[in-house]
Design a protein around this ligand. Structure first.
Ligand SMILES: Cc1ncc(COP(=O)(O)O)c(C=O)c1O
Length: 384
């Protein structure tokens, strides 16, 4: 029997006991004063994490619902948008948009490669009539463990005379990696509860700029549940148009308090250090990283499966003997890579546990590695 389970998939993440306790709070009236205070507290805290003065909207939904909401609120059938496609989640945006009859111009990247601002700039420059309504891309593509440089994309778009909105999927990056919604000129940022916020799944959170609200007025796609204006109006009264996931909001309040106590910049630094230690341990063990060099994620490390080792056997040993749960490759990467999530509640000793368990499991499966290599690399990272 193992004492703890280490849920090191790239979300949902481990939920700290402080948050777990709040999830057992008795329910309250979602049209009453207590709820109003709760929502006000959450919105205030979220603005600090998004680093924005823009409106914050909440939806009872997973991250994908948040992505779909961004499509139906800003566009009309036949509108042109640019979508960077570089993994399951970025390609999902393009799938959703196409389902609604939006005309998607894809900037395709190999999975594992980050996009450069210049690649998007080239597409916008060709759009002489300025018909493109938005550029959509993820900050962190969870499929492959790469990070796009949103700051440089935002800078390029601010400096260009193109009016397209910048829509960022920050589901697996917010509250983990540096994100400056307003400074970087992000118009719409979408995130979800089950990653950096250390909560169960079920809540999506979206920041919407004034520029984006203008485009909302032109949008003709049908919407009711996802209607941003209806949600904004109700949130101005500290309510939601429908029954909100009150329990998750209790958790969110606690999560925001935890983030505030640590300080968001320290949260970013901690994630960067945990990611560095994870990568260093993997490399020291002779494993190869999947992500493009220099664009590796601070929240998920994707590693090639070593020759001759089957993911299922490896992950079974990890779970049954050590209580460590990791993610596999998605779609075309199934069996080819494994993914270690290190986001949210992740601290120094967790990295030893996870990388040590990975080393032992690989060793047991015949992988050639000197025992102790992972922990040495982790210690050396932390003592630097
Ligand atoms: C970057 C990114 N976007 C979107 C999603 C979809 O979120 P959900 O699974 O909550 O619908 C995920 C999920 O892992 C993600 O990592």
């Amino acid at each position: 029997m193992v004492r703890n389970e280490y849920l090191q998939i790239p979300g949902p993440t481990n939920v700290p006991s402080r948050i777990l306790r709040t999830l057992s709070m008795p329910l309250i009236n979602h049209r009453g004063a207590e709820f109003e205070q709760l929502l006000t507290h959450c919105v205030k805290g979220l603005k600090k994490v998004f680093r924005t003065d823009n409106d914050i909207l909440l939806f009872p939904s997973s991250g994908s619902g948040g992505l779909e909401s961004a499509i139906v609120n800003f566009f009309s059938p036949g509108d042109k948008i640019v979508v960077v496609c570089q993994g399951v989640f970025s390609e999902r945006v393009s799938l959703i948009a196409e389902k609604y009859g939006v005309n998607v111009i894809k900037v395709k990247k190999e999975w594992g490669q980050a996009v450069r601002a210049e690649e998007i700039e080239a597409v916008l420059k060709q759009d002489i009539n300025k018909e493109i309504k938005a550029v959509c891309l993820p900050q962190n593509e969870t499929t492959s463990g790469i990070v796009n440089d949103i700051e440089s994309v935002g800078k390029m778009m601010c400096e260009s005379s193109h009016p397209a909105l910048l829509i960022v999927d920050a589901v697996s990056s917010l509250a983990c990696m540096p994100f400056e919604n307003d400074l970087w000129g992000v118009d719409v940022a979408i995130t979800a509860s089950q990653k950096g916020f250390m909560l169960p799944p079920g809540l999506s959170m979206i920041a919407v700029s004034e520029r984006a609200w203008k485009l909302y007025e032109e949008s003709k796609l049908p919407k009711w549940y996802w209607d941003y204006k209806a949600v904004r109006e109700k949130m101005e009264e500290q309510q939601l148009p429908y029954t909100p996931p009150t329990t998750l909001l209790f958790g969110l309040k606690e999560s925001l308090d935890i983030l505030e106590e640590e300080g968001i910049e320290n949260v970013w630094k901690r994630h960067a250090l945990m990611a560095q230690a994870t990568r260093n341990a993997a490399k020291a063990m002779g494993l190869s990283l999947f992500a493009e060099l220099g664009y590796e994620s601070d929240t998920v490390t994707a590693i090639y499966m070593p020759e001759g080792i089957v993911f299922k056997e490896f992950s079974n040993i990890l779970k049954s003997k050590y209580g460590v749960v990791i993610g596999g490759g998605l779609q075309r990467l199934q069996g080819k890579i494994f993914r270690i999530g290190h986001m949210g509640s992740i601290h120094k000793l967790d990295v030893y546990a996870v990388m040590g368990a990975i080393e032992m499991s690989l060793f047991e499966l015949g992988y050639k590695v000197e025992l102790g290599t992972a922990s040495k690399a982790v210690s050396e990272t932390f003592l630097k």
